[in-house]
Design a protein around this ligand. Structure first.
Ligand SMILES: Nc1ncnc2c1ncn2[C@@H]1O[C@H](COP(=O)(O)OP(=O)(O)O)[C@@H](O)[C@H]1O
Ligand SMILES: [Mg+2]
Length: 352
């Protein structure tokens, strides 16, 4: 049995028309780092708060570490769930030293045990020298590591983190993605992290859970999520993509679209006539005599690559132009005709 289980978990807020979280099913293994990813309002925080016990589910079951903490006849209060919570604003106590902050939840421990544990977790987060300081004497990244140390101190079943990177600027954010994962790995903790940022999610997790409007869209490793998005929402939310309508050929290996025939990485398992195909911009490689060609409408320089918008054919003027990525050294003029090939590995059949 997996370490954490959510069964048909649902939250219907009183005044709301639709449930904030709608019959979600999720199983998490011990030691796994899972991210709930989705746009604002999709139900991530509500899910996390239900797991923590701060929010009462409308229905469903929550199991943690082999015992039911919420069910038809069960309600275990937050302080008894053995959960470590890291809040978005860290919520450190400004009048307590870092050491005292870290041991705050260890009520039943002796003074000596507390001291030893504080030392241990502060070492774990790389702040062994900072025990006597106060929160306002630390940087944002250090404060976050203190919050994580405090969450880990009682050796919880699971650590929950709500948007842990959103208060950090770009450089520090990348650093903290790395630090947080390596701390969680070293502590061998199960963790559920909430974020609306795909890059955060991919960088820190074993598996990603994409949610939209309270419903789980897909659960997969970052690699599988990117390569094989299940539906149009996931394909668009996780990275940039071109979505085209088309018809699946009888060999189940190609799709006819308005830009021409597109090869799939593997044969489709189902016979579906009208399909959607997702083509990643980096799967389109400029080539002298490429299979597809069109007129350049726009070029956006990003530093790492150029994002080129290409109009292929006259058929579909209302639709978006294709987006392809080109190397920065290549000179591309607006109005020019360019041609490219498509790597099948970055093509996926997706549900509507
Ligand atoms: N206490 C509340 N009362 C009523 N509606 C709420 C409450 N908290 C959240 N919601 C609504 O539930 C939905 C999901 O919210 P939330 O879980 O905070 O989303 P996320 O964290 O993904 O941005 C939103 O539509 C939000 O407005
Ligand atoms: Mg939220």
């Amino acid at each position: 049995m997996s370490f954490i289980q959510l069964r048909q978990l649902t939250k219907q807020y009183k005044q709301a028309e639709q449930p904030a979280v709608d019959h979600i099913e999720l199983e998490i293994e011990k030691g796994e780092i899972i991210t709930l990813l989705g746009p604002s309002g999709c139900g991530k925080t509500t899910t996390l708060r239900m797991i923590a016990g701060f929010e009462q589910p409308t229905s469903g079951v929550i199991n943690i570490g082999g015992s039911e903490v919420f069910g038809e006849k069960t309600y275990v209060p937050p302080e008894k769930r053995e959960i470590g919570m890291v809040f978005q604003d860290y919520a450190l106590f400004p009048h307590l030293t870092i050491e005292k902050n870290v041991v705050f939840g260890l009520n039943k421990w002796s003074t000596r045990e507390k001291k030893a544990r504080a030392k241990e977790v502060l070492e774990l987060v790389g702040l062994a020298e900072y025990g006597k300081r106060y929160p306002n004497e630390l940087s944002g990244g250090q404060q976050q590591r203190v919050a994580l140390a405090r969450a880990l101190a009682p050796r919880p079943h699971v650590v929950l983190m709500d948007e842990p990177f959103s208060n950090l600027d770009a450089g520090l954010r990348e650093r903290m993605r790395y630090d947080v994962t390596s701390i969680l790995r070293k502590a061998n903790t199960t963790a559920i992290i909430v974020t609306h940022d795909q890059k955060d999610a991919f960088a820190v997790s074993d598996r990603v859970v994409v949610m939209n409007q309270g419903v789980i869209q897909q659960i997969a490793t970052p690699r599988d999520m990117y390569r094989c998005p299940k539906n149009c929402f996931v394909a668009q939310f996780v990275g940039k993509t071109n979505l085209l309508t088309g018809t699946l050929c009888s060999d189940l290996k190609h799709v006819d679209t308005y830009i021409g025939r597109v090869s799939l990485p593997t044969q489709s398992e189902k016979i579906i006539e009208d399909v959607r195909v997702s083509i990643r911009p980096e799967g389109c490689r400029l080539a002298e005599n490429g299979r597809y060609s069109g007129k350049v409408e726009r070029v956006t320089y990003s530093g790492e690559y150029q994002e080129v918008e290409v109009r292929l054919g006259e058929r579909d003027l209302s639709s978006e132009p294709m987006v392809v990525y080109a190397p920065v050294e290549q000179e591309i003029e607006i109005g020019a005709v360019i041609s490219f090939d498509i790597k099948p590995e970055l093509v996926a059949l997706v549900e509507v």
